[in-house]
Design a protein around this ligand. Structure first.
Ligand SMILES: [Mg+2]
Length: 231
């Protein structure tokens, strides 16, 4: 099986530090144009789309070059500003990542973060970088639905064996995580450690909705049972 983890609200929370770094990057690049993330789809959103919405709202250029400049500057700022103290690992998240590896699963990231900032956040939460040898990231698709096929292809390339969507589990904290899983024939676990309740995630179609990832054994057993059923 393949297990794909979302980052913000799922593995960890940065308590606004990520958003602040993004806003400060806009100010550093463009001056203070009254940047705010109000009305921007943050939770479950893709960083490149957040950037695009911000640029359009403030009449800024949205060229490939402008995006590359922002991505680099934001990565540098987050690297400089994000501290271990600001980053809270969610209960059971690191243990579940480790347990998934231990039972032979492929383990990767499926996140709206850029690859660089994804690894900065994961490191600040104390999860070893080697835990996620591949992933799909926030500037690699027009929507989150584009990301599972990329992550699955990278799992295949990394492990040199086939992974199927029916045996792929996406774990995330928003209806958009659930949606990208179900739209691609994957299983979805919704976890209510982000802004959404367990009920909201279940209503969005999660195959399993839990309050936290703390119950490692039950979650692994569920994943093994559900992916065995797919064979
Ligand atoms: Mg999230």
């Amino acid at each position: 099986m393949l297990v794909l983890f979302d980052i913000d609200g799922t593995l960890l929370r940065t308590e606004g530090a990520g958003m602040r770094a993004m806003l400060e990057t806009f100010r550093a690049l463009h001056g203070d144009l009254g940047f705010t993330l109000e009305g921007v789809q943050m939770a479950g959103g893709l960083d490149k789309l957040i950037w695009t919405q911000m640029c359009m709202h403030h009449g800024l250029e949205t060229s490939t070059h402008a995006h590359a400049r922002f991505r680099t500057a934001y990565g540098e700022r987050l690297q400089a500003d994000l501290t271990v103290a600001q980053t809270r690992a969610m209960p059971g998240a690191a243990a579940l990542v480790q347990a998934a590896h231990s039972c032979g699963a492929g383990v990767g990231l499926l996140t709206g973060n850029y690859e660089h900032t994804a690894h900065i956040k994961v490191a600040c939460a104390g999860i070893p970088a080697r835990s996620f040898p591949f992933g799909a990231f926030g500037d690699e698709g027009a929507s989150r639905r584009d990301l599972p096929p990329l992550a699955i292809a990278r799992a295949c390339a990394h492990h040199g064996r086939a992974f199927e969507s029916a045996r792929t589990i996406v774990i995330g904290d928003t209806p958009l995580d659930v949606d990208c899983a179900k739209a691609n024939g994957c299983l979805a676990i919704g976890v209510a450690t982000g802004p959404m309740s367990r009920e909201v995630l279940a209503d969005a179609g999660a195959d399993l909705a839990v309050d936290t990832l703390a119950d490692t054994q039950t979650l692994i057993a569920w994943m093994q049972r559900m992916t065995a059923r797919a064979s």
